[in-house]
Design a protein around this ligand. Structure first.
Ligand code: SF4
Ligand code: SF4
Length: 103
């Protein structure tokens, strides 16, 4: 399980009315913050959001906004180099035992 902190994800905003349910945010979010219910994205776990900005960058209708913060800088840089969402790529530098625990 990703670590959670009280202030995580506080800048994340989802406009449910604008959402077309494409699932891109579910696919790119490294912390499983979203789920799709009745054809719309829902925030399932705001406290695990690291404000990386991947969801907002990939939403085709601008239904998501987040102030991208520092998050795991290593994961963000690797993601940018690979053209993917933030990922540690299995090279955990923070001591997490699995990729799912990282970032
Ligand atoms: S900002 Fe990053 S961690 Fe937060 S919901 Fe979006 S993709 Fe997930
Ligand atoms: S990426 Fe945007 S439109 Fe697609 S499911 Fe997520 S919030 Fe909805």
């Amino acid at each position: 399980m990703p670590l959670t902190y009280p202030k995580n994800g506080e800048t994340l905003v989802l406009e449910v009315e604008a959402c077309i349910g494409c699932g891109a945010c579910v696919d790119v979010c490294p912390h499983a913050v979203f789920k799709i219910e009745e054809g719309k994205a829902r925030i399932a776990s705001k406290a695990t959001c690291m404000e990386c900005g991947a969801c907002a960058r990939n939403c085709p209708v601008g239904a998501l906004a987040v102030e991208a913060g520092v998050g795991c800088a290593s994961a963000i840089i690797i993601g940018k180099l690979r053209g993917t969402a933030p990922t540690c790529g299995g090279d955990s530098c923070c001591g997490s035992s699995t990729k799912a625990d990282c970032c």
